[in-house]
Write a protein that binds this ligand. Structure first.
Ligand SMILES: Nc1ncnc2c1ncn2[C@@H]1O[C@H](COP(=O)(O)OP(=O)(O)O)[C@@H](O)[C@H]1O
Ligand SMILES: C[C@@](O)(CCOP(=O)(O)O)CC(=O)O
Ligand SMILES: [Mg+2]
Length: 351
């Protein structure tokens, strides 16, 4: 099979409001970052499939003959992947010799790669290739590194398998895909995110696919074009954590205290909607101090709700205290439990 070499990149993201609640059908507002993940896929003729993931010290190589033994449980379908193929996931876990539910970083990324590679090259002729991934994003820090990785994987393998075109013309530096191709890339990236997150909402891979700023609700993606320029400070607590574990913890808490947590989720939904309304007002009329007062209050309320959900962390509390002492307002972004926080800077904030 003739595989087309490709170089792909996808942005990370910051969730302004709605993390975790979005997994339970509430509104989230998310924006892409100017920090990207890059993936190079190159055809090879050594009869091997190799992945090089230096950010997580992972370098794995398989003989094609090893992977072909997995052919039997492949459906070979390339249409939109909506639900994970449980038989393939089970077979891959056995192939990799993993038994426990929560996998380490390297195993997770490898499993996601093999799932996409085998699903899309399917029962056809499996090509020999090498995939290298490098990212500007810290991994496991709430900035959507898993989604950027998943979007790059999906786009590269779809491109290499010919399921989507290589849009780059020789006279162009960069190029993108049409809406239909982006939807296919996003749906396969969502599959990879299911392997990493367990139960993702899809907001992260949607931002990684379409970029910009968007409103996400139960799979419905609305790009937000009318938003003001906001200055957001990203702070990384450097406390490692796993999104999959944190998402599962919130689900357990909701199941344990539904009458307490469901109103909290509804309140976060209202915070996202109120924030969207204020952002829209800030583009239609002169920006007033009151706009920032409301945005700051929403940040504080949401941070308290995230602590109630059990995804806060002392390092994030410290961030909130340090910035509050300077009249600034912060909240965690992404899964929490450490990772990054965001701080809203007012236009006149001193460097
Ligand atoms: N640059 C990368 N190279 C390889 N795998 C990556 C990379 N970035 C993220 N990942 C995968 O995604 C996982 C982090 O996902 P997650 O826990 O959702 O954190 P995040 O908040 O960064 O999305 C990593 O453990 C790894 O499996
Ligand atoms: C917690 C959640 O809302 C966002 C997770 O973001 P990240 O993986 O921490 O970047 C999960 C999801 O929406 O899939
Ligand atoms: Mg993630």
């Amino acid at each position: 099979m003739q595989v087309r070499d490709c170089l792909i990149s996808a942005p990370g993201k910051a969730i302004l409001h709605g993390e975790h609640a979005v997994v339970h059908g509430k509104v989230a507002l998310a924006v892409s970052l100017n920090l990207r993940t890059y993936l190079q896929l190159k055809a090879s003729s050594d009869g091997k499939v190799s992945i090089k993931l230096p950010n997580i010290d992972t370098f794995v190589c398989w003989e094609l003959s090893e992977l072909k033994q997995l052919n039997s449980c492949l459906s070979g379908k390339k249409e939109e992947g909506q639900c994970l193929d449980p038989e393939l996931v089970k077979r891959l876990r056995e192939f990799m010799g993993v038994t426990n539910e929560n996998l380490d970083s390297s195993t997770t990324a490898t499993l996601a790669f093999l799932y996409i590679y085998l699903s899309l090259f399917g029962s056809g002729e499996m090509p020999s290739l090498t995939v290298c991934v490098w990212s500007e994003l810290p991994t496991g820090a709430g900035l959507g590194s898993s989604a950027a990785y998943s979007v790059c994987l999906a786009a590269a393998v779809l491109c290499a398998s010919g399921a989507v075109p290589t849009p780059l013309k020789e006279w162009e530096q960069t190029a993108g895909w049409c809406q239909e191709d982006l939807e296919l890339i996003n749906s396969w990236a969502f599959q990879a995110e299911k392997i990493v997150h367990g139960n993702p909402s899809g907001v992260d891979n949607a931002v990684g696919t379409w970029g910009g700023m968007l409103r996400f609700l139960a799979g419905k993606i609305i790009p937000l074009s009318r938003v003001p320029l906001l200055r957001i400070l990203l702070t990384n607590t450097k406390v490692p954590r796993s999104t999959k574990v944190l998402v599962a913890r919130v689900k357990d808490k909701i199941n344990k205290f539904p009458s307490i947590l469901i109103p909290v989720l509804d309140s976060v939904d209202a915070i996202s909607c109120t924030c969207e309304k204020v952002l829209n007002e800030m583009t239609c009329e002169p920006i007033k101090g009151e706009h920032y007062n409301i945005l700051e209050e929403l940040i504080d309320i949401n941070q308290h709700h995230l602590n109630v959900m059990g995804v806060g962390h002392p390092s994030l509390d410290t961030l909130c205290q340090v910035t509050a002492a300077r009249g600034l307002h912060s909240k965690l972004t992404g899964a929490g439990g450490g990772g990054c926080g965001i701080t809203l800077l007012r236009p006149g904030a001193a460097q």
